[in-house]
Design a protein around this ligand. Structure first.
Ligand code: HEM
Length: 160
C-alpha cells in the first residue's frame, strides 16, 4: 500500500519493482554479489556429506546450467529482475530422497555463506527471510502439514 494525499492505494507492479530494486541497491545487492553468493553456496552444498550426493545425483554434469538458473532465480527474488520463470515446486516434489530435516542443513549452509560473503547484517537478513519463506512453501508442498495427509491427485486414499 502507498499513501498519497491522505489516501491509501495499492502500489502498481512497476512501483513495487522500483522499491525492491532501490532497497537492494542501498544494501549493495547486485548481480555480482548474487554470482558470488550462489557459487560459494553450491560449492558448500557439493562438498556436504548429506546434501552433496542428493544434488549430484540429480544434476550430474549439468552444474553450469543449475548455477546459471539459480543466479536468475535469486536475481528475480532479491532484485525483482524477472529472469527466472521455472517451477521449483514440481522439481522438488520429484526428489523422493529429500527429508524435512535436510532443509535445516540447506538453510544453515546458506546462512553460513551469507555471513562469509555479504557486506552487512541487513543483507544477510534480506536473503534469509526470503530463503526461509520459500523453504517453508517447498516443505509444505513436499511433506504437507504435520498430522494432515498430503493430497496427491490420483494417489490412492491413505491407510491408517
Ligand atoms: C533440502 C533442501 C533442498 C534440496 C535437497 C534441493 C535440491 C534441488 C535439486 C536437486 C534441484 C535440481 C532439480 C532438477 O533440475 O530437476 C533443485 C532446483 C532448484 N532449487 Fe532446490 N533444493 C532444496 C531447497 C531449496 C530452497 C530452500 C530453495 C529456495 C530458497 C530452492 C530453490 C531451487 C530452485 C529455484 C531450483 C530450480 C528449479 C527449476 O528447475 O526451475 N531449493 N533443488
Amino acid at each position: 500500500m502507498a499513501v498519497k494525499n491522505g489516501q491509501t492505494r495499492v502500489r502498481t507492479a512497476d512501483e513495487r519493482r522500483s522499491e525492491i530494486q532501490a532497497t537492494a541497491q542501498e544494501m549493495g545487492i547486485d548481480d555480482a554479489f548474487i554470482d558470488t553468493l550462489v557459487d560459494a553456496f553450491y560449492s558448500k552444498i557439493r562438498d556436504h556429506s548429506v546434501l552433496g550426493p542428493i544434488f549430484n545425483e540429480k544434476i550430474g554434469e549439468k552444474w553450469d546450467v543449475h548455477l546459471a538458473r539459480m543466479k536468475d532465480f535469486w536475481a528475480s527474488v532479491a532484485l525483482n529482475a524477472g529472469r527466472y520463470s521455472g517451477r521449483p515446486v514440481p522439481k522438488h516434489a520429484a526428489l523422493t530422497n529429500v527429508e524435512p530435516h535436510h532443509f535445516q542443513i540447506w538453510l544453515g549452509l546458506f546462512y553460513e555463506t551469507l555471513k562469509e560473503t555479504a557486506s552487512s547484517p541487513q543483507t544477510v537478513s534480506y536473503f534469509m527471510v526470503r530463503a526461509e519463506r520459500i523453504a517453508d512453501s517447498l516443505k509444505l508442498a513436499m511433506f504437507g502439514l504435520p498430522g494432515l495427509p498430503l493430497e496427491r491427485p490420483g494417489a490412492p486414499p491413505q491407510q491408517d
